[in-house]
Design a protein around this ligand. Structure first.
Ligand SMILES: Nc1ncnc2c1ncn2[C@@H]1O[C@H](COP(=O)(O)OP(=O)(O)OP(=O)(O)O)[C@@H](O)[C@H]1O
Ligand SMILES: [Mg+2]
Length: 371
């Protein structure tokens, strides 16, 4: 197997006081509603991305009720190269800490990409139904795991955008504008913006191919899915900023740039957001996530991301889940974590899926019952 999470320990994390588990290639958490299945996926996500994915609450809310800290420890690596211990902890009122083999990271961003991850969750529907910010979050989440320069460019762009918006607001109130200062900021914003745009273009070209491929498999029909990156129409962002200056000054913020980028999702040329049925939207989202998986895997020189599949039966009917399990249990995928409420249903779905899984299912898969 590729790199994988061998074991995890949660201390005072959400509803767990002390939870330990060892993992296989395919791991299914099964238990009734509210038992803590998604919470375990959340802990795994913390170890990979240093932040939550499933619950957008205050991070201190992840500390078990009546306690004053949480800690997550995990061993990630491969049987050949050995394992590293990663730890994330948060004490009430203090800063979150992240350690690799008990040595603190100076910046959390140093860790991003070391433990690549892809998440499929019911909450992902906002990528299609929500505004451009959700799509940019998806893009940034993908690229940040593959490209440190991109991550830095986004941080720098965001900082300069804030400064530019402040200059515009000040100009509105004080009726004066420091043109030299604005020119300097525009130059920097365009520099970072052009870098970001180029990377996003490359990503979207690749995603588009994979989305077509996976949508065809998952929908078992002749529909063609596609994805388009929508950004400013010019090779350079600098003239865009300059052209829009008078409008920006009257509104008080920057109206054009990569902070307005969007993704357009289509099936047979029609926008999935406006015209897709619920089933089409779900299949599209899953295709998008599998395309994200392929992209990260290629960029990581074949290292396969961990795949978290929360509530798969929320997304699909039985036949579709079998198709999905069939797809992800082949050699192209690595370690997988699945949650479901019904033991019979998940066992039956695995029994129905064919391919490499059925040959040595017991070696590859374990069911962890939560009570
Ligand atoms: N800080 C906390 N301390 C203690 N318990 C918490 C804390 N935060 C959340 N919980 C508990 O965690 C439970 C939710 O866990 P989780 O979302 O993982 O459930 P689940 O097994 O995924 O359920 P479902 O099948 O409904 O998705 C709730 O019962 C909630 O009260
Ligand atoms: Mg859940």
């Amino acid at each position: 197997m590729t790199d994988y999470l061998r074991e995890i320990q949660l201390i005072n994390f959400k509803n767990f006081d002390n939870f330990e588990a060892q993992f296989s290639q395919i791991n299914c958490f099964v238990g009734r509603n509210g038992v803590g299945k998604t919470n375990i996926l959340e802990a795994i996500h913390y170890l990979a991305m240093c932040k939550p994915y499933f619950y957008h609450n205050y991070e201190e809310d992840n500390i078990r009720f009546e306690e004053n800290f949480f800690a997550i420890h995990g061993h990630y690596g491969s049987d050949e190269a050995g394992f590293n211990k990663f730890s994330c902890s948060l004490k009430s009122g203090e800063k979150k800490r992240f350690r690799s083999n008990d040595t603190p990271y100076s910046r959390l961003s140093e860790h991003i990409g070391i433990m690549p991850i892809v998440v499929v969750s019911p909450s992902d529907h906002v990528i299609i139904s929500g505004g451009g910010d959700n799509q940019r979050t998806f893009i940034n989440y993908t690229l940040s795991q593959c490209d440190k320069e991109y991550l830095e460019a986004v941080k720098d762009y965001t900082k300069t955008l804030e400064i530019r918006n402040k200059i515009l607001k000040n100009a509105q109130y004080e009726r004066t504008l420091d043109n030299n200062q604005l020119d300097g900021i525009d130059y920097l914003m365009a520099l970072y913006g052009n870098k970001i745009r180029k990377k996003r273009h490359e990503l979207c070209d690749e995603l588009s191919q994979s989305v077509k491929h996976y949508y065809e498999i998952l929908s078992s029909n002749m529909e063609t899915a596609d994805l388009k990156y929508e950004t400013f129409e010019a090779d350079d962002m600098l003239p865009i900023l300059q052209t829009n200056l008078s409008r920006d000054l009257s509104i008080g913020y920057t109206t054009a740039g990569v902070h307005k980028d969007k993704l357009i999702f289509t099936i047979n040329g029609k926008n999935v957001r406006n015209f897709g049925s619920q089933g089409q939207q779900k299949s599209y989202l899953l295709s998008l996530k599998l395309a994200q998986f392929d992209y990260i895997c290629r960029q990581q020189n074949g290292r396969k991301p961990i795949l978290l599949l929360d509530d798969i039966f929320d997304k699909f009917d039985f036949r579709r889940v079998c198709q999905l399990l069939n797809l992800i249990s082949c050699e192209d995928f690595g370690q997988i974590f699945i949650t479901d409420t019904h033991l019979n249903r998940i066992e039956e779905a695995f029994a129905h899926s064919e391919g490499s899984l059925s040959q040595d299912i017991n070696k590859k898969m374990q069911i962890l019952l939560l009570e």
